[in-house]
Design a protein around this ligand. Structure first.
Ligand code: FE2
Ligand code: FE2
Length: 203
C-alpha cells in the first residue's frame, strides 16, 4: 500500500489537530513537495531517536520545513516589506525566503509558535553558525530523506549516522560546491555556517 501521504501527530505544538495540520499542508503544497515533507518528517523522527531528541517536535518541524515553499512571490514581497523583515531579503528568492520568512506563515496559519521548531525551519536551507541539535536534524533529514538520489547521498547518510556535526559539514560543503559550480550567489549565513561546520578542525 502507498503510505507516502500518511502521517499523524500526537502533539502538533498547535491548537490545530493532527488532521487539520495535515490538511493545511496538503492545501499549500503540490503532491511532489507534500510527500517530500512526509519523508523528511519520518527521517527527522529516525534521527531524533538516534540522537535522543524530542521525537514529536522533530516530526512536526520536519513535516513543516517546506510548508511555505510554494507561497507566491508577491505574497513574500508584501510580507517582507510590511512585517518588519530585513529589507535585504528582497535581493534573494523563495529558496531563502521559505525558511527565514516561511515561519511567519507557519505561525499565522498553523498557530505553531514553538521556538525550537521555528528556528529549525528558519535555518533549514542556510544552516547557521550556531545550530541547535534539532536544527541539525531538520537540516540533514531534508538532505538525506529516502527520495534523495544525488551522487554522494549514501556518504551523507553514513556521516549523519556517525555524527550530526559531520553530516552538517558534509552537507554545507556539498551545497557550496553546487552553488559555486552553478555560479550562484551564496547567502552570507550559509558561508558563515560552512566556516563553522564545513572546515577541517585544524584549519
Ligand atoms: Fe526547504
Ligand atoms: Fe525540503
Amino acid at each position: 500500500m502507498d503510505n507516502s501521504y500518511d502521517i499523524s501527530f500526537t502533539n502538533t505544538f498547535s491548537s490545530l489537530t493532527s488532521e487539520e495540520l495535515v490538511n493545511k499542508a496538503k492545501n499549500r503544497l503540490s503532491d511532489f513537495r507534500y510527500t517530500h515533507c512526509v519523508r523528511t518528517a519520518k527521517t527527522s523522527v529516525d534521527l531524533a531517536k538516534h540522537y535522543g531528541l524530542d521525537v514529536e517536535r522533530a516530526k512536526v518541524a520536519g513535516f513543516l520545513h517546506d510548508y511555505a515553499k510554494e507561497i507566491p512571490v508577491e505574497e513574500y514581497v508584501r510580507v517582507i516589506k510590511e512585517e518588519g523583515f530585513d529589507q535585504d531579503l528582497l535581493n534573494w528568492n523563495r529558496g531563502i525566503w521559505h525558511g527565514v520568512v516561511g515561519v511567519y506563515f507557519i505561525e499565522k496559519e498553523l498557530d505553531v509558535h514553538d521556538e525550537q521548531i521555528l528556528n529549525a525551519i528558519r535555518n533549514h536551507t542556510t544552516g547557521s553558525p550556531n545550530m541547535a541539535e534539532l536544527d541539525k536534524v531538520i537540516f540533514l533529514a531534508d538532505f538525506i530523506e529516502p527520495g534523495r538520489k544525488f551522487a554522494g547521498v549514501e556518504d551523507a547518510r553514513s556521516q549523519t549516522a556517525l555524527s550530526l556535526d559531520d553530516g552538517v559539514g558534509f552537507e554545507l560543503r556539498h551545497t557550496l560546491t553546487y552553488l559555486i559550480e552553478d555560479q550562484a550567489k551564496v547567502y552570507p549565513k550559509t558561508l558563515a555556517s560552512y566556516n563553522v561546520y564545513g572546515v577541517k578542525q585544524s584549519n
